[in-house]
Design a protein around this ligand. Structure first.
Ligand code: G3H
Ligand code: ZN
Length: 275
């Protein structure tokens, strides 16, 4: 039985100055690739789904598969709603068996973010699930709002979140110029919240030397979506070109694509674990 909440794996990671990889998946092949990598590297892992998948049957249908995969995995696996932005998404995720949720109120006024996140924490804890909140805002094609140390402390104490996403210079998606991470700010937040695992969003393309520094300074979860999904797309394109119009059953078609995605995830897992 390897399906666990995010909280238990992240507390240990933060204490040991390592991070757990959280990979966004959207189908069987990407989920299988992440689990293959985690088992191969003997690492705990978080499989997460973007909130938009919770607005259709997709996240519900995938939950059945993810719970089966996680339960037979040899490593701890948490399944997580990423960037939930409505209470309904949070409630649905918990009802469908996700063991962890993010409520992202980072675009809301502080008080409203606190109120909604605190509700989600209380609600999720009654399911035995864990909650990630966000203070400051990691750009998603919009403006970044850097996390202030004092607001992080106030937010964490008022909401009782199990993990806290902070904005320290990363952004979602590929970068057009190299990001500059505010390591000192990360360190100050971590020192002010010595027990709370911090979360780095926008992991794709973030210089690994900086990722290492923030892992040494409180970050215990690193989110990776764009570059992992891009490996899936590029590998799919290249396998299709190899076929050159010939037929291949699609399970066989996907095998090398899953292998390539697993190799990508495994490389990052090793790095996050400090191996
Ligand atoms: O929530 C997911 C992420 O923060 C991933 O960001 O697409 O830049 O890797 P990314
Ligand atoms: Zn994110």
């Amino acid at each position: 039985m390897a399906l666990v909440t995010m909280k238990e794996m992240l507390l240990a990671a933060r204490r040991e100055k390592r991070a757990v990889g959280a990979f966004n998946i959207a189908n069987y092949e990407t989920a299988r690739a992440v689990l293959m990598a985690a088992e191969r590297e003997k690492q705990p892992v978080i499989i997460q789904l973007y909130m938009r998948l919770f607005d259709s049957e997709k996240a519900y249908d995938l939950a059945g598969m993810l719970i089966r995969l996680a339960n037979r995995a040899s490593v701890p696996v948490a399944i997580h709603l990423d960037h939930g932005n409505t209470i309904k998404q949070v409630k649905d995720a918990l009802a469908w068996g996700y063991t962890s949720v993010m409520y992202d109120g980072s675009r809301l006024p502080f008080e409203e973010n606190v109120k909604n996140t605190a509700f989600c924490v209380q609600y999720a804890h009654s399911f035995g699930a864990s909650v990630e909140g966000e203070i400051g805002h990691v750009a998603q094609g919009d403006e970044t709002a850097i996390t202030e140390v004092s607001e992080a402390v106030e937010f964490a104490s008022a909401t009782k979140v199990d993990a806290l996403a902070v904005s320290i210079g990363t952004a979602h998606g590929y970068y057009t110029s190299e990001p500059k991470l505010d390591i000192e700010r990360c360190k100050a937040i971590a020192e002010a919240l010595p027990e709370l695992p911090l979360v780095l969003h926008g992991g794709s393309g973030t210089p690994l030397a900086d990722v290492r520094k923030v892992i040494e300074n409180g970050v215990a979860k690193v989110n990776i979506a764009t570059e992992f999904m891009d490996t899936y797309l590029k590998s799919s394109r290249s396998e299709l070109e190899k076929l050159n119009g010939k037929f291949l059953p699609i399970d066989k078609y996907f095998d090398p694509i899953v292998d390539e995605c697993a190799a990508h995830a495994a490389r990052l897992m090793r790095f996050f674990a400090g191996m």
